[in-house]
Ligand binder design. Structure first.
Ligand SMILES: O=C(O)C(=O)C[C@]1(C(=O)O)C=C[C@@H](O)C=C1
Length: 428
C-alpha cells in the first residue's frame, strides 16, 4: 500500500497514522502519471522514504489507471473532454497518422496501440471476490462502519483525508469510497460536496448509519478529571448539549476523526482528555465508556454516499434517488424555474445545498441609479427522488439544462431503505 507523507500540522495525524496502514493524501493536489497515461506526481514537501513506495505503486498502476484531471467544470474547465486511457488508447488524443520524430529529425519506430481485450472492457476489477472500500479515518470510525454496511464483504481501507479516499479510487488502489455527506444534527459535510465536483467519481449508492456516540477515557479516569474533549467536528457538534448537561467544564478540540481521537488519548496516556467516539473505538484502543449515547438526539443519523469510477445503470424496480449539481445561467428567477421543472413532474427533492462557485464567486450588477451590487454566485447540489431511467426525470433534467450554465449528473442510485432503531441514551 502506498504511503504519502505530508507534514501534519496536528500531531494527532502523525501519531494515529503511524500505527495503521492508512492512505494519505498527496501534500499538493496532483496529477499522477507514470508510464503511459500518467504524469509524475508533484511533491512539494515531506516525501521522505515513502517516495519509493509511491513510485512502485505508480508503476504497478500505470497500465490500469484512467488519468485524472485536476480542475473541475466549476474551475472553468470542461471535463467532458477528459477522455481516459483504455489500454493505451486515448480517444481524445490518439492520431494514428502521426509518426513520432526525434529532435534530430530521425523517425522513431511508432509503437502500435495494443488491441483491446475483453478484460479492458470489464467493469471495476474484483480482487478475488473482495471489493476494496476506502473510507476516511482509522479503524473504529463511523465511516468504517458505513463502509461495512455498504459492502459487507469488502475490505475497508483507511485514508487520512476525504481527498485521499477519492484519489484511492481514481488510482485503482480502492474500488469504492464510502464518504459522509450529511448528518441529521450536524448538517452537511461541505468538504465532500466540493470534492464530488473536483473529482470524476460517480455516486452509486447511499447508506444511512445511526450514530451512537460515547464519551471515552482511560480506565480509572473520572469525569471530574477532564479538562478537554477531542473528536471530529461533526461529533462535537452532535454532542454539544449533552456535554453541557454532563456538567463538564472542558475545552472542545477538533481532530480528523472520532476513532483517531480515541487512539490519541490511549497512545499518549492522557488522563485529562476524553474522546467522543464509538463503543467499537473504546474496545479497539482500550478505553472505558464514561457516558454512552451522548448524541443530542437519539435519531442521530449520518448519510454516506458510495462512490465508484463507473456509474451504475439506473433502474425502476426499486426506489432511486438522483444527485445533480448545477450553476444557474443569466436570467431572472432561475432557481425557481429549476425547482419548477421537478415540481411540475411530481418529483420530490430530498436535499438542496449551495456552495460558493469558486471560479466565479461574485457577479457585479451595475445599476446607474442605485450603484453597484455584488451578488454571490453558487453551485447548487440537488437530490431528487426519481431514477434517471424514468422519462419524467430525463425531461426534468432537459428542462433544467435550459436555465443552467453548467449541469452535472453525480449519480442515480438506490435509496437506502433499510430499517433501523434509534439508540437510547444511557450513562455510566
Ligand atoms: O470520525 C468519524 O468517525 C467519521 O466517520 C466521520 C464522521 C463525519 O464526517 O461526519 C462520520 C459520522 C459521524 O457523523 C461523525 C463523524
Amino acid at each position: 500500500m502506498q504511503t504519502l507523507t505530508p507534514p501534519y500540522p496536528n500531531p494527532l495525524n502523525y501519531l494515529t497514522r503511524a500505527r495503521h496502514s492508512v492512505i494519505r493524501v498527496a501534500p499538493t493536489r496532483f496529477t499522477v502519471k507514470c508510464g503511459y497515461g500518467f504524469e509524475s506526481a508533484s511533491f512539494s514537501q515531506g516525501l521522505g522514504a515513502s517516495r519509493a513506495d509511491w513510485q512502485s505503486s505508480c508503476a504497478i498502476l500505470a497500465s490500469k489507471v484512467v488519468s485524472q484531471r485536476e480542475d473541475s467544470p466549476a474551475d472553468g474547465d470542461d471535463h467532458d473532454n477528459n477522455v481516459g486511457d483504455v489500454n493505451g488508447h486515448n480517444a481524445a488524443v490518439t492520431n494514428l497518422n502521426i509518426v513520432p520524430v526525434k529532435a534530430d529529425g530521425e523517425n522513431i519506430k511508432p509503437i502500435p496501440p495494443k488491441p483491446l481485450t475483453i478484460s479492458d472492457l470489464l467493469p471495476a476489477p474484483m480482487h478475488g471476490s473482495q471489493l476494496r472500500v476506502a473510507y476516511q479515518g482509522v479503524p473504529g470510525a463511523y465511516s468504517e462502519a458505513a463502509a461495512g454496511k455498504a459492502y459487507p464483504n469488502g475490505e475497508a481501507i483507511p485514508c487520512d483525508q476525504f481527498e485521499a479516499a477519492f484519489q484511492a479510487v481514481e488510482l485503482w488502489i480502492a474500488d469504492r469510497a464510502v464518504l459522509p455527506v450529511e448528518n441529521s444534527l450536524g448538517g452537511s459535510i461541505h468538504r465532500n460536496y466540493d470534492l464530488l465536483l473536483r473529482h470524476r467519481l460517480h455516486i452509486v449508492g447511499e447508506v444511512q448509519l445511526p450514530v451512537h456516540h460515547c464519551l471515552l477515557a482511560l480506565p480509572g479516569v473520572r469525569k471530574e478529571f477532564l479538562t478537554r474533549v477531542i473528536s471530529h467536528p461533526q461529533a462535537l457538534a452532535q454532542c454539544e448539549h449533552s456535554l453541557t448537561k454532563l456538567g463538564l467544564t472542558v475545552t472542545r478540540e477538533a481532530v480528523d476523526d472520532t476513532a483517531g481521537a480515541a487512539e490519541f488519548v490511549a497512545a499518549n496516556d492522557l488522563r485529562d482528555t476524553a474522546a467522543i467516539a464509538s463503543a467499537r473505538a473504546a474496545e479497539l484502543y482500550g478505553l472505558q465508556i464514561l457516558a454512552d449515547g451522548i448524541q443530542d438526539d437519539p435519531n442521530n443519523v449520518t448519510r454516506f454516499v458510495m462512490l465508484a469510477r463507473e456509474p451504475i445503470i439506473p433502474r425502476t424496480d426499486r426506489p432511486f434517488k438522483t444527485s445533480i449539481v448545477f450553476a444557474h445561467d443569466k436570467g431572472t428567477s432561475v432557481l425557481f424555474k429549476v425547482l419548477s421543472a421537478f415540481a411540475f413532474r411530481n418529483i420530490s427533492l430530498t436535499k438542496i445545498e449551495s456552495r460558493p462557485h469558486r471560479s466565479r464567486p461574485i457577479r457585479v450588477v451595475d445599476d446607474e441609479s442605485e450603484g453597484t451590487a455584488k451578488h454571490f454566485e453558487y453551485l447548487f447540489y440537488i437530490d431528487f427522488e426519481a431514477s434517471m431511467a424514468e422519462v419524467r426525470a430525463q425531461n426534468a433534467l432537459a428542462e433544467v439544462q435550459e436555465f443552467t450554465s453548467f449541469l452535472r449528473l453525480l449519480g442515480s442510485y438506490p435509496i437506502d431503505i433499510t430499517p433501523w432503531t434509534p439508540s437510547s441514551p444511557r450513562q455510566n
